[in-house]
Design a protein around this ligand. Structure first.
Ligand SMILES: [Zn+2]
Ligand SMILES: [Zn+2]
Length: 174
């Protein structure tokens, strides 16, 4: 997990100013609970040892935030979960696509707007296209290891849907 708030700061600052002051520096002034917003992104990885490169459609990005409502200050820190290289098992460095960082920042601000300020549900922005859909290496993913990976969430959603479909089919037969 790597802190990379600066990749999102420009867009967040632009989007948030209407009603909030954004403070991407976390310190002891935040009292109470921190909240999390988890999102899926397409990410690029590169191994520092063997130069192996790959992309994932299931990159996990975590916004940790605290909203100081009275003063309208939003504390934000953004983290990206790494993946390990398949041949040499080393933690790889990553890059975000610029349009993905912008999209995630928009979506996060929408989420805050809906949750705390009664905002309308904006049209969902699609994630950058990827062919690497079913190629997630659970054992090489830091987010999977910590049980919060967007890939695991998607699997669980699909399993629920399948169980419900099976239930419906059984009901149809009986
Ligand atoms: Zn490698
Ligand atoms: Zn994962």
């Amino acid at each position: 997990m790597v802190e990379c708030t600066d990749l999102f700061e420009e867009t967040l600052n632009r989007e948030v100013t209407e009603y909030l002051e954004l403070t991407p520096i976390y310190d002891e002034t935040t009292e109470g609970e921190d909240y999390e917003y988890i999102a899926s992104a397409k990410l690029k990885f590169k191994c520092p040892v063997c130069e192996n490169k790959w992309t994932t459609a299931h990159g996990t990005v975590k916004f940790v935030y605290y909203l100081y409502f009275k003063k309208r200050i939003l504390f934000v820190q953004v983290y990206i979960y790494q993946q390990r290289c398949l041949p040499c098992n080393r933690m790889a460095s990553f890059k975000t696509y610029d349009d993905e960082a912008v999209r995630l920042s928009y979506d996060f601000v929408d989420f805050i707007d809906r949750k705390y300020f009664g905002g309308e549900n904006d049209e969902e922005r699609p994630q950058r296209n990827s062919r690497a859909i079913n190629n997630h290496k659970v054992l090489y993913c830091d987010a999977c290891e910590r049980g919060i990976c967007v890939y695991l969430r998607r699997l669980r959603r699909e399993q629920r849907r399948q169980t419900e479909e099976q239930k419906r089919e059984t009901q149809d037969i009986s």
